[in-house]
Design a protein around this ligand. Structure first.
Ligand SMILES: Nc1ncnc2c1ncn2[C@@H]1O[C@H](COP(=O)(O)OP(=O)(O)OP(=O)(O)O)[C@@H](O)[C@H]1O
Ligand SMILES: [Mg+2]
Length: 286
């Protein structure tokens, strides 16, 4: 389990941003947190980051109770979490490459490893040709790819994304979503807050729906593509055996009917024979 909320509540003054929320996120899952504005989506993400403290309940991250994570340990916790928020924190004075390198510098990775790791991540987000450009030279969609690259470079175990496509057109949104899917298929857990219905409808994933701080729906676990294939083939086998059973039943029924018909025919033949016999006798009598 990567994330576990047990009866978590969080209020701001008299606003109950999250009410008694319980859910679990398994490693490798892709989860949408959805619901109208003010429903508590960002609150959930900030609780995972320990930017907010819950009033009650328990939050586990990677098996660790967040209430036991001391403030001096917080940077280590956050190094395991890649964050992509809508207010993209891209450094305007730095090139794309330098923006991504910052994460490695913070982690204390040796500089001779930087180029290879940055190139790899830029390729993943489709920015390999933009490494030496500055943010002002990039489009909104490209900037969001920089944010994603910055989140990924630290090799986190989870990606938290808050309306990552909020300001983008649909085509760009789909392209960014496909990268998130690829990242997820490479094994990273993704939790994405969004109220964009088109995204939720187009990318079928598990969905937790919030309303006024309450979980009103939890779509359950979405199986990985491989599992889906296994399920499909199981279904096929089930269907085939069902078909076979049906065919067998039909055959049985036909056989029975044929037998019944034959019996009737036999009976009729006997009757006929008897009748003929009678007639014969009568004729003879006459
Ligand atoms: N730091 C804060 N101080 C005071 N109130 C807050 C704070 N953070 C969130 N809230 C309140 O808690 C409620 C839930 O906010 P949250 O940001 O989680 O909503 P959201 O679902 O992310 O909405 P949106 O779709 O608009 O981003 C809102 O009523 C909000 O005003
Ligand atoms: Mg929000």
């Amino acid at each position: 389990m990567v994330v576990s909320f047990k009866s978590v509540s969080k209020s701001f003054g008299d606003i109950e941003a999250l009410k008694n929320a319980s859910f679990e996120v398994k490693k490798g899952e892709f989860l949408f947190i959805t619901g109208p504005s003010g429903a508590g989506k960002t609150t959930v993400l900030k609780l995972i980051l320990k930017e907010y403290l819950p009033d009650s309940g328990e939050i586990l991250f990677n098996g660790k109770d967040l209430s036991e994570v001391a403030s001096k340990e917080l940077p280590f916790l956050r190094q395991k979490i890649g964050v992509v928020f809508q207010d993209m924190k891209v450094l305007p004075e730095r090139t794309v490459r330098e923006n991504v390198e910052v994460g490695l510098a913070v982690l204390g990775v040796y500089e001779d490893e930087w180029k290879e790791r940055v190139d790899q991540v830029l390729k993943l987000v489709g920015l390999e040709k933009r490494a030496d450009q500055f943010p002002s030279q990039l489009s909104g969609g490209e900037l969001q790819r920089v944010s994603l690259a910055r989140a990924l470079i630290i090799d986190p175990i989870i990606i938290l994304a808050d309306e990552p496509t909020g300001n983008l057109d649909w085509e760009t949104t789909k392209a960014i979503m496909k990268i998130f899917e690829k990242v997820n298929q490479n094994g990273k857990t993704v939790i994405m807050a969004t109220h964009n219905k088109m995204i939720i409808d187009d990318f079928s994933k598990r969905k937790i729906e919030l309303k006024n701080g309450e979980i009103v729906k939890d779509g359950g676990l979405k199986l990985s593509p491989k599992k889906m294939e296994e399920k499909e083939s199981e279904k096929e086998t089930e269907k085939e055996s069902e078909k076979e059973t049906k065919e067998n039943i039909n055959k049985e029924n036909k056989k029975k009917k044929d037998e019944e018909k034959k019996e009737i025919k036999d009976e009729e033949a006997i009757k006929e024979a008897k009748f003929e016999e009678k007639m014969k006798v009568k004729v003879e009598e006459v």
